[in-house]
Ligand binder design. Sequence first.
Ligand code: SF4
Ligand SMILES: [Zn+2]
Length: 310
Amino acid sequence: MLDTSEIIDLRPRRNKVRPDRPYHFLHERERGPDGGLKEVNTVFLTNSECPFKCVMCDLWKNTLKEPVQPGDIPAQISHALRRLPQARVVKLYNNGNFFDRQAVPPEDYEAIARLLSGYERVVIENHPKLCGTGCLAFRQLLSGRLEIAMGLETIHPGVLPKLNKQITTENFAEAASFLAQNNIDTRAFILLNPPFLTDPAENITWAVKSVEFAFRCGVSACSIIPTRTGNGAMEKLQQEGHYVPPTIAALEQVFEQALRSDGGRVFVDLWDLKRFSECDHCFEERKQRLDQMNRKQQVSPPVQCPQCRQ
Ligand code: SF4
Ligand SMILES: [Zn+2]
């Protein structure tokens, strides 16, 4: 297990980012809770660094060392939305917690809500322990429905405490319940192959169990994130035998099982998927199948590859 100072000491350099610009934005389509395919604008905000230092996290790479100033976040959102097409849903992903006052100054909530007034759904990210009155204040200002994405990561009792996330499954359940009582939707991020779980079959089992737990907590969607190296700590854990990267085959199995459990919408994160590929021959076909399953929310026929025989 690594503590916060070790995790920080192992880090490579962060990327150069500007406080008045999002570091990325994109347009995508995603199946909504009503079953319709929705146009989505996703803005990756440049923010101050998250105060939690999870061992698997590399989101700090695109953050600022200092707090953002009032006006910065609305300026970033405005910059991105002026360049993106019309959409029904907007996601603000900020590499941290929207209701951390250092990350998004509450005096900016009104300006942010004004910029998002044309959207029917607003998705933001937040830590379960920071779900409180700030969520309610922001929800009041929105014309669309608020959805809060929270990292559950894993429910494995031996692994979750070692991630330095500083949550328990009870914290997650309480946050989801509080938000549901206040008419706020939730989604969960679930890790495939968290560090400290190295058996391939166990990784599949616990990812599916974690998805099922999140749905029992009332979330309406789960996003499965394959873990990766690149933040220093994960390389060290891999060298020491405490981390193994996931494979596309494992991601496919988790996705199929999670969709068949029929608890709600399930998505897999396809960003940088190539790094998990074991076969060049079938990679594109497998990626397209996963993309199709994301959109249709149904299991597609498996890929049969003559090269890798998977
Ligand atoms: S709470 Fe989220 S953003 Fe913060 S360190 Fe953990 S994974 Fe990264
Ligand atoms: Zn293959």
